[in-house]
Design a protein around this ligand. Structure first.
Ligand SMILES: Cc1cc2nc3c(=O)[nH]c(=O)nc-3n(C[C@H](O)[C@H](O)[C@H](O)COP(=O)(O)OP(=O)(O)OC[C@H]3O[C@@H](n4cnc5c(N)ncnc54)[C@H](O)[C@@H]3O)c2cc1C
Length: 486
């Protein structure tokens, strides 16, 4: 039925490749999800990328679309579908309930080589989609900073990438999906069909039901190569000038040094790129070779080591501007080169903080927050600055809006980093911005309601049997809103 629904586009018949495995589980060598070894009193069964907070929720694996909702039998404290656990905080965690891990549900269902429409089960990873699509001349329409996320996770957080100013969020490229509710109802969702569930589920943090499969529209490419330009900048004004000058460039993002003050305050490297237009080989990517082998002691990342890293990173690009051709892997996924790099932050884990502040206060808000971070001495060496565009997202709860977004991470030091976070979250609110739930473990209920005033309308579509650590923290039982929809 799925194939017949997908088999015509604009009245034309579409022939799928005969070799397409349609109901066979594909074997891919991707790193496993954040499943931890289950030992008594050992690590929790499932961790988010920040490894904080840590909960003992039971973990079950889904292999077939029909496993749900039966797999939830016996879950007394709610359930939640999860993917690769690449969210940083508790949006993919649950305190006492049951996590339903979807990465075994990763079959490719259909592909149209003419339109680039691809349908796959929700547990497939973007890495697996790329392995299939790149040799066929297609690429992801939107890609986050790691390819080890699932299709379901990409939709549920309505992720954004370096081309937000051109392409909007991932949800803008989702044409349809099936959503299964805990009462067994299966809803085909498109912008026209069950459009309210379509909108609530894109960016709906897994709370509206299980996405079993989805169809997305890929974008054509003729080469793996990215035409790259890296430009040093000093200060927010130079960053804004470069943003304006590169409006026609598809991908832009900046690394910013958040440790430096004085004349080096807000220095960084503005990185921009377009897919090369000259045809080149479209071979699949190799496997990652490096893995971070152990946890560093908590004190290994401190203001001295992080400051030194930032200085080296800035000076690595010796010239004001560098132009080169680069493979898409280091351009999009530099961090994926080292698996488990989150171990570098030690057992305590890391906190991410990502805001967007609308243009009206974007510049003053960003300066004030960067000053606060530099003052704190708790700097992060992965600081990413970007301007979001104005392409609207179909998701009711999506994070991006036009303005400046900054993502930072910090090793967790309970006495200090939480205080800083609380301060930064409050500053974000005062500047009219909001935080990204996929990267959050700290926002308060009051902040959530201010950041996402539409949350009560969204809660109507929440599945009553599903919840998450994040939802319990920011809404919990206090809302008076009972999910359940129609
Ligand atoms: C190095 C790194 C870089 C990143 N860069 C970016 C970036 O540039 N832009 C960006 O937006 N994000 C970025 N992220 C965050 C990441 O893209 C998102 O958190 C993504 O949603 C993670 O997908 P996942 O498969 O790991 O899902 P999980 O983290 O396991 O779950 C995420 C959410 O999806 C829900 N979910 C998962 N599967 C299903 C399903 N089948 N049905 C319903 N709900 C489901 C879960 O309930 C949860 O709410 C980055 C993360 C890392 C580690």
């Amino acid at each position: 039925m799925l194939v017949s629904a997908l088999s015509t586009e604009g009245g034309r018949r579409i022939d799928y490749p005969v070799a397409m495995p349609s109901s066979v589980e594909l074997e891919f060598d991707s790193p496993p999800s954040n499943r931890a070894d289950q030992k008594p009193s050992g690590p929790p069964p499932f961790e988010s990328w920040g490894r904080y907070p840590s909960f003992p929720a039971e973990l079950k694996h889904l292999h077939w679309q029909t496993d749900f909702p039966r797999a939830m039998d016996g879950a007394h404290h709610g359930a939640l579908a999860v993917g690769m656990g690449r969210s940083y905080g508790d949006v993919c965690l649950l305190k006492d309930g049951m996590l339903l891990e979807t990465t075994g549900m990763n079959r490719l269902l259909a592909f149209d080589p003419v339109t680039g429409l691809l349908a796959a089960e929700a547990g497939i990873t973007l890495a697996q989609i790329l392995d299939f699509a790149v040799p066929r001349g297609y690429f992801l329409p939107v890609s986050p900073g790691t390819k080890y996320v699932t299709l379901g996770g990409a939709i549920a957080n309505d992720i954004h990438g370096k081309n937000h100013h051109h392409a909007g969020t991932f949800g803008c490229h989702v044409t349809q999906f099936d959503l299964v509710r805990s009462d067994g109802r299966r809803l085909r969702c498109t912008p026209e069909l069950n459009s309210d569930y379509f909108s609530a589920t894109i960016g709906g943090m897994g709370l509206t039901g299980l996405i079993t499969w989805a169809q997305i529209r890929l974008k054509p490419i003729v080469s793996r190569v990215i035409d790259y330009v890296g430009t040093q900048f000093h200060g927010i004004d130079e960053f804004l000038d470069l943003t304006r000058q590169s409006e026609s460039v598809e991908y832009t993002v900046s690394w910013v040094d958040v440790t430096s003050t004085g004349k080096n305050f807000c220095r960084g490297i503005f990185m921009q790129g377009d897919h090369a237009r000259t045809p080149g080989p479209l071979k699949p990517s190799g496997k990652p070779k490096l893995s971070f082998p152990f946890e560093l002691p908590g004190m290994a990342l401190n203001s001295v080591t992080v400051g030194a890293f930032n200085s080296l990173f800035f000076k690595k690009q010796m010239k004001k501007q560098v132009t080169m051709q680069q493979d898409y892997e280091p351009f999009f996924y530099p961090l994926d080169k080292v698996l488990h790099w989150n171990r570098m932050y030690g057992k305590g884990g890391l906190l991410q903080f990502q805001y967007v502040i609308p243009w009206a206060h974007a510049k003053e808000g960003t300066i004030a927050i960067l000053q606060e971070v530099a003052r704190s001495g708790l700097a992060s060496f992965l600081a990413v600055l970007k301007a979001f565009g104005d392409v609207p997202s179909p998701g009711a709860m999506s994070f991006p809006k036009p303005g400046i977004t900054l993502a930072l991470d910090f090793p967790i030091k309970h006495d200090k980093s939480f205080l800083l976070f609380d301060k930064l979250a409050e500053m974000t609110r005062e500047f009219g911005g909001r935080l990204y739930p996929a990267k959050d473990a700290r926002m308060t209920a009051a902040q959530f309601r201010a950041f996402y005033p539409q949350w009560e309308r969204f809660a109507v579509y929440k599945d009553p049997a599903l919840t998450s650590g994040f939802w319990e923290r920011v809404v919990g039982g206090q809302s008076g809103v009972r999910g359940g929809g129609r």
